[in-house]
Write a protein that binds this ligand. Structure first.
Ligand SMILES: *[C@@H]1O[C@H](CO)[C@@H](O)[C@H](O)[C@H]1NC(C)=O
Ligand SMILES: *[C@@H]1O[C@H](CO)[C@@H](O)[C@H](O)[C@H]1NC(C)=O
Ligand SMILES: *[C@@H]1O[C@H](CO)[C@@H](O)[C@H](O)[C@H]1NC(C)=O
Ligand SMILES: *[C@@H]1O[C@H](CO)[C@@H](O)[C@H](O)[C@H]1NC(C)=O
Ligand SMILES: *[C@@H]1O[C@H](CO)[C@@H](O)[C@H](O)[C@H]1NC(C)=O
Length: 634
């Protein structure tokens, strides 16, 4: 059949009707937004004319922006529900092009712009945004096929209602799936029942999480540790006989345990999964027990991985098995080929520091490409630069992810089937016994930056609107002449993103407050206990100080103490929509309570020091305890 041109046009238009609908809907939104902002500007300039002070203007600006923003966000949310269903990835790309204003429109806007506005545009080069320089090919960005967000549930597991908000959010930012590391949050049953934490998810919770993931079209890959990092099981007396080293719960003895039960239970609740991640990283203790001592390390490791992979494949023939790669880095190519590990598992090569090749050298990549048909990579958006951090340094994580794009672009072609994709990890503890590191809601901005980066293969100001709208940030409130992020001055994104309304934003802001207060408290403690000469441990031990000086040193104490108490209380409000009470309590105890105690100690010491009214003659008696050091002066 042949169509003439107008007919063809109509048919094409008909075929693309959903796209057109969405496009016209969005244009209306944009026009509405422009109109609205013009109204806002008028309102604000009136205020200026009235010569109110700058604070009033700023407040009004904030308020109007917030109201407008929330309204727009509501509308966009509704539209998005419909839109995400229809718009395929290709359409999305086309859309983003169509969303750009036409040349005429740009010219018109340019003409209307003041010098300030031009300056605003100039100020958004990659350098000014603070984007780390990595030598990527601008013509041909490498985009990992699968872009998986790692949820480490062994610390601070979010409650179900937060998953409900999180999944659509990461979908919009370009995620294709999640890697769920349950650890003791998995509802084990039968002989393994006691391994589950007391607040573990129920089987129902797990099915809800999977349902929510499916609604957002996110693939779910479960992760269960089967070698090292099984502290959560081996810490219990019932399972301690499976340890490699009797005194340490870190690693399983591969000669005594097969991990079959672990796998069966996890797979039962993930019947449709295509992949199972069996961990196997950081097996610190290997070949130490009586049974294993005779075997070579690399054989021990490979044999255990093979045993576990065989168990998985025997029961679930279509499931592909993933392992962390770090133990493989030092194993010879020959040993790997002999046991045919390449047909059993897919390695997930993880490096969270900036310099990937420092940890996985090109020779290791060559070895992997010879042994395996494909591989995965793993970067990080949090939980990689310090066990006790409470907010991630987005700039460092961005550099890690950009460099991964570079490495992936180079290495992909060496593998027969290319690279499967990247997992952006978000560690929540360094191991089962460690304290909590950066919590998820404080790390959403870093996640957005990094996920959008791997989704497009780069990050620069052309992704500004995607980034800000994904995080529900008001678009109009960026000060003229100031870029929308500036990672050098603001690597935690506190300054630029404090007004965004993403799920968990109030906790993100709270970490900023905590940072400021913590800086003040640390300085106070250091000055009071170490720098000044009247409340040192010597003064306290000998009850010997000048009350006047003690008063001086404690004059700031009530204010800082009050601040800490207030922030502990605000933390509850900021976290209640994300975590259960155990996590809230744990975080407050780890991050805030130590300051409360230390400040109280100073308060108590000051009372003791000031209650002395008569002092002994000098010299004060030599300290008896010095004798322990072999210093016998009395
Ligand atoms: C952003 O980077 C992409 C890919 O390198 C490039 O095509 C685009 O022109 C850049 N945009 C800006 C505003 O720098
Ligand atoms: C779980 O722990 C309880 C209490 O310590 C114990 O009585 C029970 O036997 C354990 N269950 C299993 C299946 O080992
Ligand atoms: C958790 O803490 C909140 C706020 O203090 C309280 O209202 C609630 O009852 C607690 N929940 C449980 C299950 O204890
Ligand atoms: C300070 O003194 C009070 C009253 O004696 C006591 O209850 C509190 O535990 C003390 N605090 C610390 C941190 O020693
Ligand atoms: C310091 O002296 C006060 C008053 O005599 C007394 O109550 C307090 O117990 C003393 N503290 C120490 C640490 O000796």
């Amino acid at each position: 059949m042949h169509f003439n041109y107008p007919q063809r046009f109509c048919v094409a238009a008909y075929r693309k009707k959903t796209t057109l609908l969405v496009v016209s809907g969005l244009s209306v939104l944009i026009l509405f937004g422009l109109e609205y902002s013009r109204l806002e500007e008028n309102k604000i300039s009136e205020l200026m004319k009235e010569e109110r002070d700058a604070q009033v203007v700023a407040d009004a600006l904030m308020k109007s922006i917030n109201v407008k923003f929330i309204e727009t966000a509501k509308r966009i949310n509704k539209d998005q529900d419909v839109a995400t269903k229809i718009v395929t990835e290709l359409d999305e790309e086309r859309l983003s092009k169509l969303e750009q204003p036409s040349r005429d429109e740009i010219a018109r806007r340019r003409a209307a712009e003041t010098v300030d506005n031009n300056q605003f545009e100039i100020l958004e080069t990659e350098q000014q945004l603070g984007i780390p320089y990595v030598n990527l090919d601008p013509k041909n960005p490498y985009i990992p096929k699968k872009r998986i967000v790692h949820l480490d549930l062994k610390g601070a597991p979010p409650i179900l209602s937060y998953f409900r908000k999180l999944f659509p959010l990461i979908k919009v930012m370009g995620a294709t799936g999640v890697l769920l590391e349950y650890e003791d949050m998995f509802p084990f049953s039968g002989a393994l029942k006691n391994i589950s934490a007391k607040n573990a998810f129920t089987a129902y919770d797990v099915s809800e999480i999977l349902k929510l993931a499916e609604e957002s079209k996110l693939e779910v890959i479960p992760l269960v540790q089967t070698f090292g990092h099984v502290e959560f099981a081996l810490k219990h007396s019932e399972f301690s006989h499976l340890r490699e080293v009797p005194g340490s719960p870190q690693a399983l003895c591969p000669s005594r345990a097969s991990s079959l039960n672990f796998i069966r239970e996890v797979m039962d609740l993930h019947p449709n999964t295509k992949y199972l991640h069996i961990g196997c990283d950081e097996v610190f203790q290997m070949g130490e027990c009586d049974v294993c001592r005779l075997e070579m390390h690399e054989n021990l490791f490979l044999k255990h991985v093979k045993t576990v992979a065989d168990i998985v494949h025997a029961r679930y023939p279509h499931v592909r098995v993933i392992v962390w790669d770090d133990m493989l880095r030092h194993i010879s190519q020959q040993a790997m080929l002999e046991i045919n590990i390449g047909n059993l598992v897919e390695p997930m090569v993880w490096v969270y520091a900036e310099d990937i090749y420092r940890f996985v050298q090109p020779t290791v990549w060559d070895k992997y490409a010879d042994v395996f048909k494909t591989a995965w990579t793993a970067s990080a958006f949090k939980g990689a630069f310090g066990e006790t951090l409470y907010v991630p340094n987005a700039k460092r994580h961005l550099e890690n992810n950009l460099r991964w794009l570079d490495v992936m672009a180079t290495q992909a072609s060496a593998f027969k089937q290319g690279l499967m994709g990247i997992v952006i990890t978000g560690w929540q503890r360094y191991d089962h016994f460690s304290v909590l590191c950066e919590l998820l809601p404080a790390s959403i901005p870093s996640l957005a930056l990094n996920l959008i980066t791997v989704t497009y293969g780069y990050f620069n100001s052309s992704l500004k609107e995607k980034f800000l709208s994904a995080l529900s940030c008001p678009m109009q409130n960026m000060a003229y002449g100031s870029p929308f992020i500036s990672l050098d001055a603001d690597p935690f994104l506190w300054d630029k993103l404090s007004r965004c309304m993403f799920p968990g934003n109030s906790f993100f802001r709270l970490t900023n407050r905590l940072h400021n207060l913590e800086t003040e408290a640390r300085e106070y403690l250091d000055i009071t206990k170490r720098q000044k000469g009247w409340m040192t441990s010597y003064n306290v031990r000998h009850n010997y100080s000048l009350p006047l000086r003690v008063d001086e040193l404690t004059s700031d104490l009530p204010r800082i103490y009050h601040g800490m108490v207030m922030i502990a209380r605000s933390a509850v409000d900021a976290m209640v929509d994300v975590f259960d009470n155990y996590t809230i309590s744990e975080w407050i105890e780890q991050r805030i309570y130590p300051y409360i105690i230390e400040l109280e100690q100073i308060q108590n010491q000051s009372i003791a020091l000031k209650s002395v009214n008569h002092w002994p003659a000098r010299p004060l008696p030599p300290l008896r305890d010095l004798q322990r050091l072999g210093v016998t002066l009395n």
